[in-house]
Write a protein that binds this ligand. Structure first.
Ligand SMILES: [Zn+2]
Length: 366
């Protein structure tokens, strides 16, 4: 089966649309190039209880839209939790305000919560000195350095406060709100990103782990400067291949869709193509991550996009490095990646293996 994107108009801000049994779809605006985020309300109609799943950024329009929803379609029902899939501002930004206002606990995975605390508090790894050293060593230009320094400030603006405690959710756990939801987690996009699967109704709330039309950002950040988030992400993605074709996927960006297996296949090919591009550029030479940004991203990037592009270039370099297809040379001032000269067939095969071994879908294909 190929990818089938649902032909439903997204709900306007402040309104909610029933998209699956016990799931309402809410969409909030974002002041970014990616201009919206999808949020979900899990609803137990019999017992008149609900939980919010993700919150949007802390902005005036998002607060207003939530107020309209709470006073409108949700009036007379009891809120029981604010569930957050992962630490990015469009998902957690308003958790503090909603938890206070609804008097409910925050529910999220521990690594995501602790990660949010570190960035929000501008503690290592989000302090300016750590960020500056990390990016400079990867060859960052003046413009790149200036834009990256603003990152911690951006997070604090979009997530001005965090709830001070949480009720942890973790892989293998169950949530009962209407139907029973199984919690799973995947790394790569963020440390312990939660997703929610309801086998009874064949629905998967995928967060940013499986998106229909854009690929999730996968970046190396300062917390794990030698990490392989792309390897982690490919392993997480591969698990969605086992979902039935009927499973309705509710993603954080874009429209709901069916055809998980087809979409996973497209994404694996996408990353394979990116890896091949890097190997082609580096064949017989060495260069920094900064040098590789224009190889992967040919268009002009805004300051906001630059940090993701840089992180993404590093993540692809690290996958090739961890898979043994690139060498990493570090001296006190610079880190560079490179390899001996390779022909097009060898490049294609290497990229294929670097994706396949991480995803666990290929062990050997000559
Ligand atoms: Zn995200």
């Amino acid at each position: 089966m190929s990818l089938e994107i649902l032909d439903r108009e997204p709900p306007a801000p402040g309104s909610a649309l029933e998209i699956a049994p016990g799931v309402l779809w809410v969409r909030m605006p974002l002041p970014l190039a990616l201009d919206h985020v999808n949020l979900w309300i899990l609803r137990d109609e019999e017992r008149k209880r609900y939980a919010l799943l993700d919150t949007g950024m802390d902005t005036g329009p998002t607060r207003d839209a939530w107020s309209t929803l709470i006073a409108g379609p949700l009036a007379g029902e009891q809120a029981v939790a604010v569930i957050v899939s992962h630490l990015h501002p469009d998902h957690i930004g308003l958790a503090h305000w909603l938890c206070d206002r609804l008097e409910v606990p925050l529910r999220m995975t521990l690594a995501e919560y602790l990660g949010a605390c570190l960035i929000q508090g501008r503690s290592p790894p989000a302090d300016a000195a750590t960020l500056g050293r990390f990016y400079a060593k990867h060859g960052a230009s003046e413009r790149e350095l200036a834009s990256f320094e603003g990152r911690a400030r951006f997070y604090v603006r979009a997530v001005p406060h965090l709830p001070t405690s949480l009720r942890r959710i973790e892989a293998g756990g169950l949530l009962q709100l209407g139907p029973v939801w199984q919690v799973g987690t995947g790394a790569g996009h963020s440390p312990e990103h939660a997703f929610f699967h309801c086998p009874e109704t064949s629905v998967l709330i995928s967060g940013d782990l499986l998106l229909p039309s854009i690929s999730s950002n996968i970046s190396v950040f300062t917390l794990e400067p030698e990490g392989d988030p792309l390897g982690d992400f490919l392993a997480a993605l591969a698990r969605f291949r086992n979902l039935s074709d009927e499973t309705l996927i509710l993603p954080s960006h874009g429209r709901p869709f069916r055809g998980a297996r087809a979409r996973v296949g497209e994404l694996l090919s996408h990353h394979e193509e990116r890896l091949a591009r890097l190997l082609t550029a580096l064949s017989g030479s060495f260069a920094t991550a900064s040098d590789m940004v224009p190889v992967l991203f040919e268009r002009n990037l805004s300051d906001h996009e630059l940090v993701f592009a840089f992180g993404e270039a590093l993540a692809h370099l690290h996958r090739l490095w961890q898979a043994g297809f690139l060498e990493r040379r570090e001296d006190p001032a610079r880190i560079a990646f490179g390899c001996r000269r390779m022909g097009p067939d060898e490049i294609r095969r290497s990229a294929h293996l670097a994706v396949g071994t991480a995803a666990g879908v290929v062990t050997d294909q000559a």
